[in-house]
Design a protein around this ligand. Structure first.
Ligand SMILES: Nc1ncnc2c1ncn2[C@@H]1O[C@H](COP(=O)(O)OP(=O)(O)O)[C@@H](O)[C@H]1O
Ligand SMILES: [Mg+2]
Length: 266
């Protein structure tokens, strides 16, 4: 379970964003965003549709180059590196080892035509595992950990339900024990009943693995359940930030007050 009492700020930051900005033509999709993420911390980025959440997540995960500012990441060796200064191969390695990315649409994060076992096993092979029996065993363990029966290991995710696909995507991402997981609306495409179960599972896994995560969501219930801290975005800017319970129970900004009273469209 999430421990909200620990002072996470004792360690060095895992990720630092400084003055991040991104424009699309004349549109400022993201403006001057700065923050630090600490090890074991879950940060939610909330705001209405079009507020710049996904753009920010893509900047943070080096999938998009900023027009201004920079992102630094503390590698496993303890050295903090500027992502823009890394080579493409090094960034790809980071994605295969240290980072996970959970997309709203599981089809974006899975290979739909190959077996569930291969979807999970592939990530293990990418970090150097090569013993077929071991890989299959670990894949089975992870499928069961996300409540998918091991008997479905040879089935392709296109035969899975939406909720199962999303759980498989989570297993594929977590099997290599990443240090940081990015999630963009991880429960967005699912039925409400399925969402609740998935959220519960994600909350347990994040707690058990001591993961750091950045979760984009327009659903404040997701932020409430998963995150220690929230950043509220409006028009590409961060307009309010703080501990999740404080921001959601006692929002300062009028926009956040509207968001909390769910007057704004999702
Ligand atoms: N590839 C793109 N090209 C042009 N405009 C974009 C692109 N991606 C996002 N935008 C625009 O940037 C703004 C922020 O979008 P986005 O980051 O997707 O918001 P959110 O995830 O909060 O819904 C929106 O106005 C959106 O239309
Ligand atoms: Mg989005």
């Amino acid at each position: 379970m999430l421990d909200r009492t620990t002072t996470l700020q004792d360690d060095a930051p895992l990720l630092i964003a400084e003055g991040l900005g991104k424009t699309y033509g004349r549109l400022q999709a993201c403006r001057d965003v700065s923050f630090k993420l600490y090890p074991g911390e879950v940060l939610a980025i909330v705001g209405e549709s079009g507020s710049g959440k996904s753009t920010l997540l893509q900047l943070l995960s080096a999938q998009l180059a900023p027009n201004s500012g920079r992102v630094s990441y503390r590698m496993r060796d303890g050295i903090t590196r500027d992502l823009a200064a890394m080579g493409e191969a090094e960034r790809r390695l980071l994605f295969r080892t240290d980072w996970g990315f959970v997309h709203q649409d599981p089809a974006m994060g899975l290979r739909m035509a190959v077996s569930a076992g291969a979807n999970v096993g592939e990530r293990l092979m990418a970090v150097g595992h090569n013993h077929y029996g071991k890989i299959r065993e670990t894949a089975t363990t992870w499928l069961e950990r996300v409540e998918i029966s091991g008997s479905r290991i040879d089935d392709a995710p296109r035969t899975y339900s939406g909720g199962m696909r999303q759980r498989l995507q989570i297993a594929r991402n977590l099997v290599t024990e990443p240090r940081l997981v990015f999630m963009d609306e991880p429960t967005g495409g699912l039925d409400v009943s399925v969402q609740a179960r998935l959220l519960d599972m994600m909350r347990s896994l994040v707690g058990e693995l001591g993961l750091s995560a950045i979760v984009v969501t327009h659903d404040l219930a997701v932020a409430r359940l998963l995150s220690h801290r929230v950043m509220v975005m409006q028009g590409g800017r961060v307009i309010e930030t703080g501990l999740t319970d404080q921001v959601l129970d006692d929002p300062r900004e009028p926009y956040t007050q509207l968001l909390v009273s769910s007057i704004l469209p999702a």
